[in-house]
Design a protein around this ligand. Structure first.
Ligand SMILES: Nc1ncnc2c1ncn2[C@@H]1O[C@H](COP(=O)(O)OP(=O)(O)OP(=O)(O)O)[C@@H](O)[C@H]1O
Length: 861
């Protein structure tokens, strides 16, 4: 008969299994406990053991798993239930074991990631469970035997008991058998109950172990909390320490940075000193080498000439001597031959006369024949001796011939020597050619060195900054007294002083308290009253050099009237004459390296915002501003307009006289300079060229001064009320390297910087002062704008606010439209007098404003 699953469900709450299965179940429950616990835990770890997740242990009927066991008939079930009811253990007992198994497995799964003590508790639980559930096989067999013993005797035949002790089915009519079965089941159940009770005890033990463990854990937790607190306080302390250390570190870092800056400054200074020294040494060595090379070449030439002359003289002398000797020998030989011939003829004639006399006298003198014959024999012997003499003369003649041949061969030998000499001459020519090639190679090296020097100079100037400020105090002049107190704290520094401390005159407050102010300043260089123009110019050299290298440079002399601006600019060894000297010597030096330069000069004045050509005609200057002259005619002065070429960054002023300073004009070259075969000027011509240049400059400066005198009755007065700009335009080209450069040097003597209020000027003087102040403040504004914008093209720089700044637009440290940039040096002049303290202070403030301005890197076009 088929049973539905609902029927099976209804049977489950009784907890009684089909009889045939009970013994097996009873025997395996205890043994299964540990195995299932391990299986369960394995499932918990692996997720599944038989394909299901966390399924109940095998042997325990699942809600969703239909039991495969045969179901008892309904009436039997009622009997069983009835028989079992009073004995049935509380439902919770069996499941308690079953519940423990998954829960122990679950607990273990959960405890896996935890720390030591927890793990230990799991282990103790597992061992507890093992104690209760896991019995060895021998123990299990004993239980089975016990079960068999518990079956009443006599029933064994009726029972279908297999070897393992599992009972089989009984026939339906075998009520006794069934009763036996029931009893057996009862016994089995009791065994189960006992086992469950044992398990319960074990569980209680486990529980108490858990509780103890929990207590331990709580204690550990408390200890950990206190430890945590200690650690927190340690952490706070460590944080405080860290904070203090960080502050110390920051302080140390600041100190370190300051030290580093100091070191950098010192290094920079020493680099510049070394560089300067190096340049000096290089130029000195170059000069010496050039001189030594020239002297050496001249010496070689001289020696060659001397040697050739000496050789020619010697050859001539030898030739003459040989010719003389030969002619002497020839004449001796000829005279000897003539003498011998004469003797022979004489002898022959006398013999013939005597023979004829003997023959005519033979008939008459037959008695003297024998004597005559003997005389004839004597004559014959004389003839023989004469013949022997003749042969001796002939042999002598042959010897002379040999001498002649020897002399000829000697002449030939001498001629051969001449070939050797010409060979030597060829060798010398080769050597000369090699020397010329070596000279060319040296020239090439020098050119490369020159390029390197230019780069180094540019780097040094970039490091020094494109706007520099030097401050100079002039000495007290005769009759001057009451100097202001100025200190130069670092004037002994190797690279020169940079600091200045100015003490204000002592003043008194309203309460009568004495006030002594002092102000500290630092500039690129500070020159005390003991330093002369040469010392000041020494620090300007590199800027002048950079004009030759193709940069635009402005040197501006700033200060109140009488502070020494003109003295520093145009005086003896002032910036203008010293610059020209440097330029000339550099141009000459560079000529040996293949560079040719052209220098033009012009001189312009900015007076009341009007341009005047200081090399032009001054008579028209003051009349030309729209006024009528004495004749009643409106005589307009030459109009000068400023133009800036955006393409090449050049500035031009229309109708401005310009004088060519270099190369010297043709007439002067032919008169005063000469060049050697290599195209180099000799020393005399260099001196002459220098003198020419000096004369030209003197003329130029005289013309400018004269024009100023013409323009104003008081020359000095005018000069202090106008800005004068001496402009030098240098164009250079090196054909060997196809390089070119173009630089402009503006040497500006600014008008006195008196304050309007202080000067108490009235009328036209007031207008002049206002114009001067406007242009000077425009100058400050332009430099400040360049500094704040970094000198970039698109920044608005108010160049147009004054004629001065507009004229100097391309030379004030900014960048021209073509990217060419420039360098500026402000020479700040101070009066040493205490009475001029306020003016000196304004000048220093102006200089400090300019000095604080950094303008971007200068760029050569
Ligand atoms: N370093 C110096 N050593 C000696 N004398 C000096 C020095 N500086 C200036 N002087 C003298 O001081 C006087 C005034 O100098 P200078 O004319 O150069 O001043 P300035 O500032 O150009 O005046 P101005 O603005 O009126 O042209 C002159 O007599 C000059 O010789």
């Amino acid at each position: 008969m088929e049973r539905s699953s609902s029927q099976l469900e209804n049977m489950r709450p009784s907890g009684i299994k089909p009889p045939s299965r009970l013994p097996a179940m009873a025997s395996t429950v205890a043994a299964r406990t540990l195995a299932e616990a391990s299986q369960s835990s394995l499932n918990a770890r692996n997720g599944t053991s038989d394909g299901s997740i966390m399924g109940p242990p095998s042997g325990i009927p699942s809600k969703h798993k239909p039991s495969g066991l045969p179901e008892p008939p309904t009436k039997r079930k009622t009997l069983i239930e009835r028989a079992a009811e009073p004995l049935h253990p509380p439902r919770s007992h069996l499941p308690a074991v079953n519940r423990l198994q998954p829960s122990s497995g679950h607990a273990r799964t959960k405890s896996q990631p935890t720390s030591g003590p927890r793990k230990a508790s799991n282990i103790s639980l597992a061992s507890a469970v093992a104690k209760s559930g896991a019995r060895p096989a021998s123990q299990q067999n004993a239980i089975a035997a016990q079960k068999r013993e518990q079956v009443p005797s006599g029933l064994e035949d009726d029972l279908d008991v297999d070897s393992s002790g599992v009972m089989g089915k009984r026939k339906a009519w075998d009520t006794n058998g069934r009763l036996h079965d029931m009893e057996a089941m009862y016994i089995e159940l009791r065994t189960q109950f006992a086992s469950a009770a044992e398990t319960k005890n074990t569980m209680e033990e486990t529980l108490s172990a858990y509780k103890m463990q929990i207590e331990d854990l709580k204690q550990a937790n408390r200890e950990l909390s206190s430890e945590n607190k200690n650690l927190s306080s340690d952490l706070d302390r460590a944080k405080n320490d860290l904070h203090a250390t960080a502050i110390d570190m920051r302080q140390a870092k600041r100190d370190h940075e300051r030290d580093l800056l100091d070191m950098e400054c010192k290094t920079e200074r020493s680099i510049s000193d070394i560089q300067r020294q190096h340049e000096k040494d290089v130029s000195r060595l170059e000069r010496e080498r050039e001189k030594a090379g020239d002297a050496h070449e001249r010496e070689i030439e001289r020696l060659k000439k001397d040697w050739q002359q000496q050789r020619d003289v010697e050859v001539d002398t030898m030739r003459k001597r040989q010719i003389e000797e030969m002619s002497q020998m020839q004449s001796n030989h000829d005279s000897t031959l003539a003498t011998l011939q004469l003797e022979l003829d004489t002898s022959r004639r006398s013999d013939e006369g005597r023979a004829a006399e003997s023959a005519t006298q033979a008939e008459a003198l037959r008695h003297t024949i024998s004597s005559l014959q003997s005389q004839l024999e004597i004559a014959n012997s004389t003839m023989v001796s004469l013949r022997s003499q003749n042969s001796a003369a002939e042999s002598r003649n042959a010897a002379l011939e040999q001498d002649k041949a020897a002399l000829i061969s000697k002449t030939h030998f001498l001629e051969g020597n001449q070939e050797a000499q010409s060979l030597e001459f060829t060798t010398m020519s080769d050597q000369l050619r090699h020397a010329v090639e070596a000279k060319e190679a040296t020239l090439e090296t020098l050119r490369r060195e020159e390029m390197l020097r230019r780069k180094l100079n540019a780097t040094i100037l970039e490091l020094k900054g494109n706007i520099r400020v030097f401050v100079r105090t002039r000495p007290l002049l005769d009759g001057e007294a009451d100097p202001s107190r100025v200190e130069y704290p670092d004037s002994d520094a190797l690279e020169g002083g940079r600091e200045l401390v100015v003490h204000a005159p002592t003043s008194f407050s309203v309460t009568g308290k004495e006030r002594n102010e002092k102000h500290n300043y630092a500039f690129d260089r500070v020159f005390g009253p003991g330093l002369d123009n040469l010392a000041v110019f020494e620090d300007c050299r590199d800027l002048i050099q950079s004009v030759i290298d193709g940069y635009n440079v402005s040197i501006l002399s700033y200060g109140q009237t009488g502070s020494g601006k003109t003295f520093g600019m145009s005086g003896v060894n002032g910036v203008i004459p010293s610059s020209i000297n440097i330029l000339l010597s550099e141009i000459r030096r560079l000529k040996t390296k293949g560079w040719e330069y052209a220098v033009e000069a012009s001189f312009v004045e900015v007076y009341n915002e009007t341009l005047n050509d200081l090399l032009g005609d001054a008579k028209t200057w003051d009349e030309g501003d729209g006024d009528t002259n004495t004749n009643g005619k409106n005589k307009r002065k030459e109009k000068h307009e400023i133009h800036h070429d955006a393409m090449n960054g050049k500035t031009t002023v229309t109708n401005l006289t310009s004088t060519q300073l270099w190369p010297p004009q043709e007439k002067i070259v032919s008169q005063e300079t000469s060049t050697d075969s290599a195209g180099n000027e000799d020393d005399d011509s260099a001196v002459a060229a220098s003198a020419y240049m000096q004369r030209t400059i003197d003329n130029l400066l005289d013309t400018a001064a004269r024009n100023r005198r013409v323009a104003a009755t008081k020359a000095n007065e005018r000069s202090s009320r106008s800005h004068s700009i001496f402009m030098l335009n240098l164009k250079g080209r090196c054909t060997a390297t196809n390089e070119s450069s173009e630089g402009v040097l503006n040497l500006v003597d600014l008008a006195g910087s008196e304050r309007l209020k202080q000067s108490g000027a009235e009328g036209s003087r007031k207008l002049e002062t206002a114009a001067i102040n406007k242009s000077l403040s425009s100058l400050g504004d332009v430099i400040a704008a360049l500094g704040s914008k970094g000198g970039v093209n698109d920044a608005h720089v108010p160049y147009r606010n004054s004629k001065l700044t507009y004229l100097l637009q391309n030379s004030l440290g900014g960048k021209a439209a073509n990217g060419k940039s420039s360098r500026t040096l402000m020479l700040l002049h101070l009066s040493p007098l205490a009475a001029h303290w306020q003016e000196s202070r304004s000048s220093l403030l102006f200089g400090a404003k300019v000095h604080g301005t950094h303008i971007g890197t200068a760029k050569k076009r």
